[in-house]
Design a protein around this ligand. Structure first.
Ligand SMILES: Cc1cc2nc3c(=O)[nH]c(=O)nc-3n(C[C@H](O)[C@H](O)[C@H](O)COP(=O)(O)OP(=O)(O)OC[C@H]3O[C@@H](n4cnc5c(N)ncnc54)[C@H](O)[C@@H]3O)c2cc1C
Length: 623
């Protein structure tokens, strides 16, 4: 049984940043435990131009933490104090990454140029290209190793160890030895990423499951679980088909399951208005997530049509870059699309030739993954990409209901209904800094009852040993819950079918818990257990949200009994949906958003509070 002051679970961009910051703050008794440094979303994903959102610091364009906080808050269902923190620390975290060598572009004067991303009123976004989060991880891994942080790879956290309403460690499976190992800790930084394993149609990297179920089952409260982002992605190699992949106007083809009967299916909807059809496809380039406000007359109609082909008509959908959509006439495009292509010198040729001109890297990216856009079509679907919701944290990113657990990164649900593209990466870095600072100032000493914790760890280990001597089939169960989530908890939701799915989800979890899996499934078995639990929680939250009457919002349309998209009740944007597992079931409640703090501090007073450590005593978010 190992004992450390702070255990960090997860080595994505958030977990790595926390380990490094703790070390920098003088907390040396730490252990970074993860499935592997090459695992998770941050190091394995990207997009056409993967975005990092930060405070604007370019030229004469004014920006301030309060203005950025307002933008984050305006996403709806966001706590104002958390928005201000994520805005204020944005610059410090960004500069930390820049100083570690992450190649964010500057001009010759050293200015960090920015661009506008979705839900962004200013040019605050930046990017290192398709692999921003990977660049972040590579720089952070180098620094974490140089700092001598102890790292345990090939470990899968199987269950949290808790006593006296707090977390005090974890039992993890060592995939090299097959042993279950207990680690006790005063603090657990929980940086396990988004719930990538929940959906069948998903653009999370293959093999990334997340671990939110481990915290949910111990009563850790969550918020905004129903708020996820969905959008079109290739499925043979998982990648968002955003940006130039859409702006070059590919042909949208659907076929029968065996590849026969190819058809340009968007025409069934757009009829002879080919100009409108192509203009909508163009817009998907920078309106990537499915957005209910753009569903009827905007670009998200493309997502709906793709989904209809795959889910209802059971056909396969492909993008074909080898020839133009039939009847393509550049002059019939919207002025926005026409001007963009004209200025890019791309009013010519086939989609592939335009892609070669505008973004050749987009072609080689697929070639690197054995997909040749010159000779084959690209299969796509509407996929789950990000969970805006997740576990609740107070203003120091500590769980208010499970003390000593600090959820950071995507597993922390600080975002609301919408968020500016790139704010996920910012939030992960900010959470890491806040948790590390708080631990360094307030939690360096051990406070839990060691004997009690050891006994709790033994119980957890026994439970997992029994679970790993079961007989169920991991693959069949995974298929079942992933398909359920894609069908009922995706971008189209309908109350009565969500209720049926909820009953089935609960039944599956209890069958998994009682039946267990053979030990040979190892980490996959433990993943299934927490995912089965999580999918019950997500469906329960979605059912509650729909019955509350929020209507359609963000990236999820709620359908009425006739299949029509219901309007949003915007009053719910001033509230946050909290979810907690207590007394054997999930319970939900709406809580008002805490407002944006009005701060006009007097330097001497704030300085005194800082010197006395009073800044760490505020309890916002602890109720
Ligand atoms: C296709 C795509 C494009 C995206 N584009 C953007 C973008 O442009 N801008 C943006 O801001 N965000 C974007 N995101 C979201 C962003 O990439 C993620 O939110 C972010 O990288 C998550 O970082 P993280 O550190 O929280 O988690 P991750 O990077 O997923 O790391 C989680 C870590 O936890 C480990 N782990 C999980 N479970 C366990 C367990 N049980 N035991 C041990 N270890 C465990 C994993 O192995 C991994 O090391 C995108 C996401 C996708 C999928």
């Amino acid at each position: 049984m190992r004992k450390v002051n702070t255990l960090i679970i997860g080595s994505g961009a958030a977990g790595l940043a926390a380990a490094l910051r703790l070390n920098g703050e003088g907390v040396k008794d730490i252990l970074l435990l993860s499935e592997g440094l090459s695992r998770g979303t941050s190091i394995n994903t990207g997009s056409d131009k993967q975005t990092y959102y930060k405070l604007g610091i370019y030229g004469k364009e004014p920006d301030a933490p309060g203005l950025l906080a307002q933008t984050l808050f305006d996403g709806g269902s966001v706590h104002g104090d958390i928005a201000l923190i994520e805005a204020t620390l944005s610059l410090r975290c960004f500069m930390n990454l820049a100083n570690l060598g992450v190649p964010f572009p500057t001009d010759e004067f050293g200015q960090y140029i920015g661009y506008k991303t979705d839900h962004d009123p200013k040019r605050r976004a930046t990017s290192c290209g398709p692999y921003t989060s990977k660049e972040m991880c590579l720089a952070l891994i180098k620094a974490v190793k140089a700092a001598g942080v102890e790292i345990w790879e090939n470990r899968t956290a199987g269950e949290l160890v808790c006593c006296d309403d707090r977390v005090c460690g974890v039992v993890a499976l060592n995939s090299d030895t097959g042993a279950l190992e207990s680690i006790l800790a005063e603090n657990v930084i929980f940086a396990t990423g988004g719930p990538g394993g929940l959906y069948a149609q998903s653009v999370y990297p293959c093999g990334h499951s997340g671990a939110i179920g481990l915290a949910l089952e111990k009563g850790c409260s969550a918020q905004n679980l129903p708020e996820s982002q969905f959008g079109m992605a290739s499925i043979k190699f998982r990648w968002n088909v955003s940006g130039t992949y859409m702006q070059v106007l590919p042909r949208f083809i659907s076929t029968a399951p065996d590849g026969s009967d190819p058809k340009e299916f968007l025409r069934d909807h757009f009829g002879d208005d080919i100009g409108k059809m192509n203009s909508m496809v163009f817009l998907k380039g920078y309106q990537w997530p499915f957005d209910v406000r753009k569903a009827e007359n905007g670009s998200s109609v493309i997502d709906l049509l793709v989904h209809h082909e795959t889910a209802v008509r059971k056909r396969r959908v492909f993008l074909d870059y080898r020839s133009n959509p039939e009847g393509l006439d550049f002059s019939a495009l919207s002025p926005e699309a026409y001007t963009y292509l004209e200025r890019s010198g791309a009013l010519f040729g086939t989609p592939l030739e335009r892609l070669e001109k505008m973004n050749p890297g987009a072609i080689s990216l697929y070639a690197d993954h054995h997909i040749d856009l010159h000779s084959e079509m690209l299969e796509i679907a509407v996929c789950a990409q990000h969970n805006n919701g997740g576990l609740t944290g107070n203003i120091w990113y500590e769980s208010p209901t499970l003390k000593s657990l600090f959820p950071i990164g995507e597993v922390n649900g600080s975002h609301g209904v919408t968020r500016p593209g790139g704010s996920a990466l910012n939030a992960g870095q900010v959470g890491a800094f806040r948790a590390a600072e708080f631990i360094a100032h307030c939690r360096k000493e051990n406070s839990f009852d060691m004997e009690k914790a050891e006994r709790a760890a033994v119980q957890v280990k026994k439970h997992l040993e029994k679970f790993l001597s079961g007989s169920r089939d991991v693959h069949a169960d995974r298929r079942e819950f992933q398909e359920r989530m894609t069908l009922y908890a995706g971008h189209l939701r309908e109350h009565s079918s969500v209720m049926e799915a909820l009953d089935a989800a609960k039944a599956l979890f209890f069958a998994v818990e009682q039946g267990g899996y053979p030990a040979k499934f190892g980490a996959q078995a433990l993943m299934n257990r927490q995912l089965a639990f999580a999918h019950w929680g997500y469906l329960s939250a979605i059912a509650f949200q729909i019955s509350s009457g929020t209507g359609s919002r963000g990236s999820a349309a709620v359908l009425d009994e006739n299949g029509n998209i219901t309007p949003e009740n915007e009053s719910f944007r001033k509230q946050i949906l909290e979810t907690r597992f207590v007394n054997g079931d999930f319970h939900h409640r709406w809580v008002p958003c805490r407002p944006l703090p009005e701060t006009d501090g007097w330097f001497e007073n704030i300085w005194a509070d800082y010197r006395n450590g009073n800044v760490y005593k505020t309890s916002a978010g602890d109720k």
